[in-house]
Ligand binder design. Sequence first.
Ligand code: B12
Ligand code: SF4
Length: 473
Amino acid sequence: MRVLLVATNRESSPFPVSPLGVLAVAGAALAAGHEVDFVDCMFAPEPVSALGRALDARAYDVLGFGIRNLDNCFWPAPRHFFEDVRVLVEAARQTTTAPIVLGGSGFSVAPHGWLSRLDADYGVVGEGENAFTALLAALADGRRPDGIPGIVTTAAGRQGGGRPSRAPASFAPSVAALARPAHHLVDYERYVRRGGFVTVQTKRGCAFACGYCVYPQLEGTMYRHRPVDAIVDEMEAVVRAQNVRQFFFADSVFNAPRVPALELCRALTRRDLGVGWMAYANAAGFDEELAHAMAGAGCLGVEFGFDAVTDKMLRAWRKPFGQRDVARSLRACREAGLPAAVHLLFGGPGEIVDDIRESQAYLDACAPVDAVFASLGVRIYEGAPIAARARAEGVIDDDTDLFFPAWYVSAGLGQDPMRALDGIARRRDHWTTATDWTSRTMRVIQASANRFGGQPLWRNVREYGRRLRSSRT
Ligand code: B12
Ligand code: SF4
């Protein structure tokens, strides 16, 4: 079959993210013997025209649209990506009668919301490799794609009326056998020049169940590891083909489980590809041995998604680590010379302003970090544990359409929680909040840091903070 895959994402904050999901599906379709063309909307001045040119050049049997983001999960300045996708799907509909398939993480968090609003034929919930190739095989044979795990149809989406309901995702029993993502379809140099990376996954799944998180829904709750050599081979192939050396491991949590992460670091050190990489980590089992192994393997900096650092809020979010693990992780980075940033998520169940103060005091007492990103407001997604709590508390009701953002912000943070958070965050140069990220000055700084700053982009946050704070006083 002739397949056109379109990566619809154009979000450039915090940097343009390369379309690993679509490349994974493209790799699987190529391996199954299909012809695949690709349109990357990220840097296209006119995405609809770019799509139109591809459709004019060739007739396709199937069109696949990759939807990475539903919205930007950002309470103080929410942005929804429905319109970006709608114009593309409508333009395609006017040009071709080929079946249209939607997929991607932004699709999978709200599949019925998308299918009830767009004139598409099928959606793939969860992993795309097996589901999409099975769908292609069925369409090629003229069979109805009934019973393929992960495939939802527009009719089902319409019945749902966009209302909260979940479709079961499909997960490959093993990711070791999946085809390699079709990295050759992307011009990585353009991403890297703007602060981006080549994205690679080392495993899928998260075995934890933190209160707001949908990652286990998207990737499953069982860890499925890729063989270490296959990961390093994949990176080496990209380095050889495109001479780019900046990588991001897009695992939900790089360091959990710990032993495969250590093994990967050792393999990277042995193979000495001259690459630099970043990853998201948490505090579970993060220690000096791992920090040293990561630094030796080319890690440029660790982003810790702690979300909380007080015992009370770590418990409230059901995080799989405690305060002592936080302190140990930060000390380990310090000792290994690894730059570290901490992400905190304020506004969780039962949180009060004193908890923000306590978080700051606790981090002050730990080994210093380069940056603290303090977010406020929790995006409520269907199926995440917080959705049930928000319903029970009357924040949302059974009819709330979570395709559009709804937020949980603890009432204990008062009438103006942003102001409360800013008041505390501004006492430290390396703490930043949405107020900084949305300021014009900061956006200009971000754009130029992405182009000229080197990685990690956040390593100069303390300096920017000092200047911003002094320019305000
Ligand atoms: C790593 C990551 C990041 C890193 C990216 C680093 C990098 N260089 O890639 C950082 C921290 C920068 C980041 C930023 C953001 N992210 Co993020 N990120 C992730 C994460 C953990 C993994 C994404 C990934 O690459 N997965 C690996 C690939 C292989 O999986 P995949 O993309 O899902 O693709 C599979 C399927 O979806 C499907 N598929 C994909 N495309 C297609 C196309 C077709 C046609 C078909 C049929 C199937 C299909 O098949 C693929 C293979 O199985 C996910 C959470 C998760 N666990 O999925 C969130 C996630 C994708 N991010 C999300 C969001 C919102 C963002 C931000 C907008 C804001 C934020 N809060 O950080 C920014 C946007 C950045 C941008 N410019 O677009 C959301 C998206 C959904 C939503 N809620 O809107 C997720 C799901 C997390 C969440 N909160 O729910 N992110
Ligand atoms: S927040 Fe992190 S550790 Fe917790 S469930 Fe989500 S991905 Fe897993």
